[in-house]
Design a protein around this ligand. Structure first.
Ligand code: ZN
Length: 260
C-alpha cells in the first residue's frame, strides 16, 4: 500500500465543506485508485484507513484485467478491505498493553462480525418471508412487514433482549430491501469468506500470501468459487467455513478471558 502514501493517493484531511464518509475510488484499470477519508485520528479511523486501503490494493492487483473484469463481483467486493482490517486488528491487538484497551478492541471486532454476519442473515430471512407472504397473500399492509421484521430480529437476539414496539418499523431504514432485494447476503458471505481465508492465513503463514495476491489479481475474471478453488480451497466444503466461524468463537473466548 506504500504508493498510496508516497504518491499522495489518499485524501485524508478534514476540510470545511468536505463530504463525510470514506471510500476508495477505482475507476478504470489504467488509472490508479484514490482513497477518500475524513481522518480524525480516532482508532475507528485507523480501521477505516485499513479498510479503504484494502480496496485500493485489490484495485491495483486487478488492474491487469480489462475494464469489465476489473471490479470484483459483489461477494468478493469486500474481501481485501475486510482482510486489511483483520491484519490491522491483529497487529493492534498485539501492541496494546492494557487489558481494557484490548477488551474494547476485541469487543468492537465481535460486534462488527455480529452486525455483518448474524444481523444481515436475519435481514435476509426477513426478505425471504416478506416475499413469500406477498406471493401467498397478495399486497401486504405495513403492519405485516413490521410483524415479520420484529419476529426475524427477535429470533436473532434470542432471550438476550426484548425488542420494543418502536423497533418494528426499522426495516424501513434499510435501502437495500427496496433497491436491491437480497443484497444483504453479500455482507454476510463476504465477512465469512474473509474470516475463513484469514483462518487459513494464520495456519499457513507466508505460503498463503502469493495465492491470496493471485486471487485479488483475478478481479472478476472468474467466479468466486473458481478464484477460491485456485487457492486450493473449496467453497462447498463445510470445514472451510467452519475455520472462519471458529475465529469468531476464539474472539468471544478471548473477550471473556480479558473481561475477568
Ligand atoms: Zn468496503
Amino acid at each position: 500500500a506504500e504508493p498510496f502514501f508516497t504518491k499522495r493517493w489518499i485524501d485524508a484531511e478534514l476540510v470545511d465543506g468536505k463530504r463525510g464518509g470514506a471510500f476508495c475510488a477505482g475507476i478504470t484499470p489504467d488509472l490508479h485508485p484514490y482513497v477518500f477519508l475524513n481522518y480524525t485520528g480516532q482508532p475507528r479511523d485507523v480501521m477505516t484507513l485499513a479498510h479503504e486501503l484494502g480496496h485500493g490494493i485489490h484495485d491495483v492487483f486487478a488492474s491487469d484485467n480489462h475494464l469489465l473484469d476489473y471490479h470484483p463481483v459483489l461477494p468478493m467486493a469486500e474481501t481485501a478491505s475486510t482482510f486489511g482490517e483483520m491484519l490491522v486488528f491483529d497487529r493492534l491487538q498485539q501492541t496494546l498493553s492494557s487489558q481494557e484497551e484490548r477488551l474494547a478492541l476485541v469487543c468492537s471486532k465481535i460486534e462488527d462480525s455480529f452486525a455483518t454476519v448474524f444481523r444481515q442473515i436475519a435481514m435476509y430471512r426477513f426478505e425471504q418471508r416478506a416475499h413469500l407472504a406477498r406471493r401467498e397473500q397478495g399486497e401486504l399492509p405495513t403492519e405485516k412487514f413490521n410483524e415479520l421484521w420484529q419476529s426475524c430480529m427477535q429470533e436473532m437476539f434470542g432471550d438476550a433482549l426484548t425488542l420494543g414496539e418502536e423497533h418494528a418499523n426499522w426495516w424501513l431504514y434499510i435501502p437495500h430491501i427496496i433497491n436491491t432485494p437480497f443484497y444483504v447476503y453479500a455482507y454476510a458471505i463476504g465477512e465469512l469468506l474473509v474470516l475463513s481465508l484469514y483462518a487459513r492465513y494464520q495456519e499457513e503463514g507466508e505460503p498463503f500470501v502469493a495465492r491470496y495476491f493471485d486471487l485479488l489479481a483475478g478481479g472478476s475474471s472468474r467466479s468466486p468459487a473458481e478464484l477460491v478453488s485456485a487457492m486450493g480451497f473449496d467453497l462447498a466444503d463445510r470445514a472451510f467455513w467452519q475455520g472462519g466461524c471458529d475465529l469468531i468463537r476464539q474472539r468471544v473466548d478471548l473477550a471473556r478471558e480479558l473481561a475477568k
